[in-house]
Ligand binder design. Structure first.
Ligand code: ADP
Ligand code: MG
Length: 461
């Protein structure tokens, strides 16, 4: 290597080299991700073609390995081909204090000039802090698109999904991003409840013209939890007019609700059909991987509030496995553990989890059974339960059976052999085949994807 002694030469330079790569990564992955995952890494040495990093905890190390290893490696290597590998170890030596205290995202709202006349925005609800997985990837992509502030390509964007799946988070993220990218735009975010409140107030104060002018002068209108105005006739009426006026002016509208437009009872038909002119996107219930990602992300955020806390083996995985319905509850559970752990100055152990979270764990204990799944699926497809379990192989029976197998794998903690036993004593390979088949088909068969979503919702409610 041009006579450069690897240790003396690159050994000194590797830290500089890393500083440069780290800066490049910041623009690539965003400020918050960079703060949470890259900044805590210490680049220790380059020896024998191996760059060694030290991470402050196993948890940070694992996360970086899983998510950023390739990026880091490629970048380092493109400058110095002698680098063959990178390694992450957990640090035992005290780290230098950072030169500037890390900015807390929680401070963000106060720092931003909030000239919105809408609801206050949560500084933590930004895109950097939104973890993307299969269940929310389309919603995220659509939200990003709106946040670009370019041409209006779909209007409205209608986001729907169960409680705590990230609708509000995405809407705030759009607002933050637009503030930054397009400060010239008037962005108004508020809940449907606030919309109604203002409308009623304007009626009372005889300022309905002001109300109309305000709402018709914005460039981007975001109304959260629109199901709230269902059945409230004059509010719906006014909302409809506002909506149409803005669409006519080609202004972007973003709406959220807890269910699809057509499923909101007492929402006028003309409104619900108008909602479907744009892009209607479903936030699906989280899957295990997404919950893991969210927990890791939240742990990094909580560490900024509570200080670094050690998390014992298996804790994160356990939470992701057990608290499945609502991200808010998942987050609350983790926060409670952080608060407790920092109070008593001990790492978060499985024992602590059982003690601190007994209430949450008890309520999430109501798990779906394989039998319930079989019953609901049979009902939905109008087949007999006995056929579900029996040997018939015609498609009208076999397909629902495979969907039930798939849901059993997804929604229960039963192993494949256990599921097989409950499907009339089938072999685990048959179950695996069924699960794979459905996984494969649901991507291309939208009817099947819809059936599955509906069943999942029914089973989890
Ligand atoms: P909704 O409005 O759909 O009821 P929220 O947007 O209020 O749900 O989300 C509930 C909590 O879960 C918030 O703290 C939010 O930050 C968090 N959350 C939900 N989905 C995600 C995600 N994909 N990544 C990070 N946090 C999430
Ligand atoms: Mg919400």
């Amino acid at each position: 290597m041009n006579g450069i002694n690897e240790n003396a030469g690159w050994g000194v330079m590797i830290t500089e080299h890393w500083a440069r790569v780290s800066a490049e990564l910041r623009s690539e992955i965003g400020e918050n991700n960079h703060k949470s995952w890259i900044e805590p890494l210490e680049c220790v040495s380059l020896q024998g073609g191996v760059v060694e990093f030290r991470a402050p905890s196993r948890f940070v190390g694992d996360w970086v390995k899983r998510n950023y290893q390739d990026q880091i490696f490629q970048r380092l290597r493109s400058d110095n081909p002698a680098i063959a590998r990178i390694e992450f170890n957990v640090g035992t030596q005290p780290r230098k204090a950072p030169a500037t205290p890390a900015a807390r995202p929680a401070d963000a709202p106060a720092l931003r000039d909030n000239n919105l006349q809408g609801a206050p925005l949560d500084g933590k609800f930004n895109f950097d802090n939104f973890v993307v997985g299969k269940p929310n990837e389309l919603a995220h992509a659509a939200a990003r698109r709106v946040a670009d502030g370019g041409d209006v390509t779909f209007n409205p964007l209608f986001l729907y999904g169960g409680v705590g799946l990230g609708k509000t988070h995405l809407m705030h993220a759009i607002a933050w991003e637009l503030h930054e990218k397009r400060p010239d735009l008037q962005v108004l975010y508020l809940s449907a409840e606030q919309f109604m409140y203002r409308f009623v107030q304007a009626l009372r104060d005889r300022q309905i013209m002001d109300f109309k002018n305000l709402f018709r002068s914005v460039d981007v209108l975001m109304v959260d939890d629109v199901q709230f105005i269902a059945g409230k006739d004059s509010t719906q009426e006014e909302f409809f007019h506002t909506f149409n006026a803005l669409v006519d002016q080609n202004k972007q509208i973003v709406i959220s609700a807890d269910r699809a437009p057509g499923e909101i009872k007492e929402l006028e038909d003309r409104i619900s059909s108008r909602m479907q002119w744009g892009l209607v996107v479903d936030l699906h219930p989280t899957d295990y991987e997404l919950r893991l990602g969210i927990l890791q992300q939240k742990a990094a955020l909580f560490a900024q509030t509570y200080g670094p806390v050690r998390i014992g083996d298996g804790v994160i995985e356990f939470l992701a496995h057990r608290i499945t319905t609502n991200v808010r509850v998942l987050e609350g559970a983790l926060q409670r553990l952080f608060a407790f752990s920092s109070l008593i100055g001990q790492e978060i152990t499985m024992d602590m989890v059982q003690d601190c979270l007994s209430d949450i764990l008890r309520t999430s204990d109501r798990r779906v059974t394989v039998e319930e799944i079989q019953r609901k699926v049979a009902e939905h497809f109008n087949i007999r339960l006995s056929d579900m379990l029996g040997p018939k192989r015609t498609r009208t029976i076999a397909r629902p059976r495979q969907i039930a197998m798939y849901l059993a794998k997804e929604l229960t903690s039963r192993s494949l052999p256990e599921i097989g036993r409950r499907f009339g004593g089938r072999d685990h390979t048959t179950i695996l085949h069924g699960v794979r088949k459905v996984e494969e088909m649901r991507g291309s068969d939208s009817q099947m994807a819809e059936d599955i979503d509906l069943l999942r919702r029914l089973l989890q409610s």
